[in-house]
Design a protein around this ligand. Structure first.
Ligand code: AMP
Ligand code: MG
Length: 427
């Protein structure tokens, strides 16, 4: 059987050679294998809630108080005893005073009296009902109202939001803005969260220069480290940037070692094919543990996954679009698992009518770049960004979604419904 390192005729894409090396895994199988090999972060730290958005809660948060702490009004109006509401006709109540939010009316309210009350203000003793100010007439220090009100209306009971002792937030959730507000409403200033994963990145390729450097003939700028930086930052990862690594066995091994010494996960780009300058897969095979190196997806068929030292390793292809697609589809779920987040939100998929023709060969799950739009009647349609070459980063920049075409599907004709994954749900 052919091995991963057999030479291929020039110009032949190893992905198009049947049986070259190991069989390609389905994306689903690849993800399952990766997740099974991830050891989630367990180290904790304390952070103020003002810096906690996006962090993973390490321990459950119990409420030390009832929220709200007191029975209070949901409306601006008048507080009175529900038993005094008229069953028919009208009733009149003398206004005994005012209850402000944060400045309660201290005395008890007698039968037949009411108190002017603001939203959020405590209900005074002797009252259990609020009538909206829009539903009364005020005259000579008295309030007149008609029948039709329900005893107990417009009152928020203590603990309506959260009861004292109740688990307000479970461990393992990724803190969103609502959670920060909720923590604040409990009077909590700092929370225990899991340490952020550290992810080391490097680009491989003798042809690569960094922005700011001059290009000689045949050289190109390294774009992968920058798109990776952005995607990792959005995911809340701590990034260790190891720069551009030359295509030699020695430099590649040194990069692996430096990365594994400093990070929980390593993401490289380039050097995973079977060209003469591709040392990434070989290094992983010789000095680490390789899980797989081919996934039946496009772009991104050559992709190496494994472990090096204590770090998990992702060797992404070199083409800039392949890097982004494989990051979102393969690396992202793994890093979410590494972060210790439990039950992350499932990916958002939308059904949309494809208005352009998509070229596709059966055999790989494809992620084409598309523009998702909503028409006047509220239906979604999607069109291709055009040229789908794995090197055309512009296609990612113009797109707002992936159009997902199943493994065995061929060309997609205009008017066909397709699955679409909006970028908005990925970052
Ligand atoms: P490789 O997988 O290393 O053979 O790279 C595949 C293609 O992607 C080649 O055309 C490379 O020049 C290009 N490429 C590799 N790494 C990068 C990078 N960091 N930025 C931009 N293009 C890259
Ligand atoms: Mg290369």
């Amino acid at each position: 059987m052919a091995s991963a390192h057999d030479p291929l005729p020039p110009g032949v894409d190893p992905c198009d050679v049947p049986g070259h090396g190991h069989a390609a895994l389905t994306l689903e199988a690849a993800r399952a294998q990766i997740i099974a090999g991830i050891q989630p972060i367990t180290e904790q730290e304390s952070v103020p809630i003002t810096a906690a958005v996006g962090r993973v809660l390490a321990t459950p948060v119990h409420s030390g108080i009832d929220v709200p702490a007191h029975r209070n009004s949901a409306m601006d109006g008048y507080a009175l005893a529900g038993a005094d509401l008229p069953a028919e006709g009208e009733a009149s109540f003398a206004i005994a005073g005012v209850s402000w939010a944060g400045r309660p009316y201290a005395a008890a309210v007698a039968r037949g009296q009411c108190v002017r009350i603001m939203t959020g203000a405590m209900l005074p003793e002797g009252t259990d009902t609020v009538v909206m100010q829009e539903h009364v007439r005020v005259q000579d220090g008295c309030v007149r109202l008609e029948a039709g009100h329900r005893p107990g209306q417009h009152v928020r009971p203590p603990g309506e939001d959260i009861r004292r002792g109740q688990v307000a937030l479970p461990a393992g959730i990724e803190l969103r803005p609502a959670h920060l507000g909720l923590l604040a409403s409990l009077g909590i200033e700092t929370v225990r969260v899991l340490r952020r994963p550290r992810v080391a990145i490097f680009s491989t390729g003798d042809e690569l220069r960094s922005p700011g450097e001059a290009l000689a003939t045949g050289q190109i700028y390294d774009s992968n480290r920058y798109s990776l930086q952005g995607m990792l930052q959005r995911l809340g990862m701590e990034v260790v940037d190891l720069g551009v690594i030359r295509d030699t066995r020695e430099d590649t091994l040194r990069a692996f070692e430096a990365a594994a010494a400093r990070a929980d996960a390593i993401v490289s780009s380039g050097g995973v094919s079977v060209g003469d300058a591709d040392f990434v897969t070989e290094t992983l095979q010789r000095h680490g543990q390789i899980g797989f190196w081919k996934v039946a997806m496009k772009p991104g068929k050559p992709i190496a996954f494994g472990h090096f030292g204590r770090a998990c390793f992702f060797g992404l292809p070199g083409n800039p679009v392949s890097v982004m697609v494989t990051f979102y589809q393969v690396v992202r779920p793994a890093l979410v698992a590494l972060s210790g987040a439990r039950d992350p939100d499932p990916p958002i998929l939308v059904r949309a009518v494809c208005t352009t023709r998509l070229r596709k060969k059966p055999g790989r799950l494809e992620f084409q770049r598309g523009v998702l739009e909503r028409n006047a009647s509220g239906a979604y349609s999607v069109r291709s960004t055009g040229h789908q070459g794995a090197g055309v980063l512009r296609s990612m920049g113009e797109a707002n979604c992936f159009i997902i075409v199943p493994l065995e599907h061929g060309d997609v004709e205009p008017g066909t419904e397709v699955d679409v994954q909006p970028f908005a749900g990925l970052a």
